[in-house]
Design a protein around this ligand. Sequence first.
Ligand SMILES: Nc1nc2c(ncn2[C@@H]2O[C@H](COP(=O)(O)OP(=O)(O)O)[C@@H](O)[C@H]2O)c(=O)[nH]1
Ligand SMILES: [Mg+2]
Length: 481
Amino acid sequence: MPSKKRKKREPILARKSIWRYFGFLIFASLISFGFLSVNLSFEELQTENTQILDFNFERIIEEQEKNLHSISKYARPEIQAERKLENEKFLVPVLPFDVGPNNLFRHFKEAIPFAKALNLTLVIPPFHRHPRMEIFIDRKENKESEKTVNVPIFDTEYSVEIESQPEHTVDYDLLRALLQAVTYKEFEAKCGKTIDMLVECGDIDPKRHQGFKYFSSATGVKIAHRMSISNLPGEVEAHNVLKKLDLSSSKCVGFAIGKKCLGERKSYMKNWKKKYAQFVRRPVDVQTAALEFFRDVFGGEKFAGIHWRYDKYDWNDMCKESRPDAAKARNGQICEYAEKLEDGDRRLLEKMSTNLKMALSHANVEHGYMTGPPQINNTMAAFKRKIPSLKTVDDLKTWVSEKLPRMKYLLKTNYLISHLEQEIMFLSTKFIGSPLSSWTQTVFFDRMAFGIEDDESVLDICLPDVEDLPKLTWLFPEGDP
Ligand SMILES: Nc1nc2c(ncn2[C@@H]2O[C@H](COP(=O)(O)OP(=O)(O)O)[C@@H](O)[C@H]2O)c(=O)[nH]1
Ligand SMILES: [Mg+2]
């Protein structure tokens, strides 16, 4: 019986709802027409009273916010909870100590997925400051100065300063939200300056081998046993590979990376992007200072980051007589341009700055930050005179001193200034980098991990008519077998 009743009611209900539906449609179209006409009249108002609207403060703020949202993807993740040190097994990345800082950073970063996959506590290794790049640093005043070690950079002996404070190299708290980590000092205390088992991965040529030896002599770490593996999959967590590694009796493991260790570059990047990139960032103060600079100096608007790496003093070392022919051939033209530019060749400066200016206006970018190694700060200033909207390290230093005095310590070594300038490049709308430079590669890689793949070469932009200059290509991880 009740089912009969329901059957009778249904058509009435259906009819009612049809009328309701039509009613709603009419109502909705009236409303949207209303909105449309409001919109139209607002549009008219806008064109008629442009001047008033131009000074609409709220709208300006809104637009700036929109631009700021363009970098929201870089936002530092919230740290959930601090990890307690539960695991008493360690992984120390062994670094080739005879190369520049960006190569060291790369080896360090590449060891992170391995440590995570094996559930080992990551040790933050000591790094070093590039000995040729600290020339303007006042050592007497500089309390940051730490222990020095003797290491050759290529074929010249240098006394290099060691950086062993994790916070000078990475966002240590954020990293520890990803995995357990300890300082090198803590590792030394727990492991008695001995690596029980060194895992050597990929092709380690004699030069790389020598580099690792410099690490051992700089830190005094001893190596008890070694094992070698040919390579790891891009997604290192793949269990069958790790199962074969028997590290059960090793408490203090070392990891030394050779060429072709890390598998196919694209799958490595895919894994890095998904699990690591958010957590492996430059020091937190560096992130804060770069972001504030971007907001304050560029008003949160689009800007280009330009890296000109080539200086006579350091880069042109690649071109000296004693270098291998391949290195000389690859760098020959660049060395010539570096020399001319630094020696004040006005024609070259004119040509390069005109091309750069054109490229910026083509890309519709009004602001820019131009960076380079410290000994060519004058060259950077010369570009700024040609393109006054460009900012350089001089502006950065003044800005930090005035606006963020508590972060003045970031200006005390080029090691930290360099991190800060890399972070500014990282945030840029358009990055124009230097082929062959590991400094550029660090930024290039970090941006790629955030989905940016349209970075360009400063050589292509500033010297478009010069043939046979090297291209900006993706170089790391090495090998790409
Ligand atoms: N502040 C600053 N330093 C730079 C810049 N470019 C290079 N450097 C310095 O030069 C070093 C470059 O050495 P390295 O890490 O070997 O990279 P690569 O020489 O560019 O391949 C860096 O560590 C910095 O000390 C730059 O744009 N700004
Ligand atoms: Mg170098």
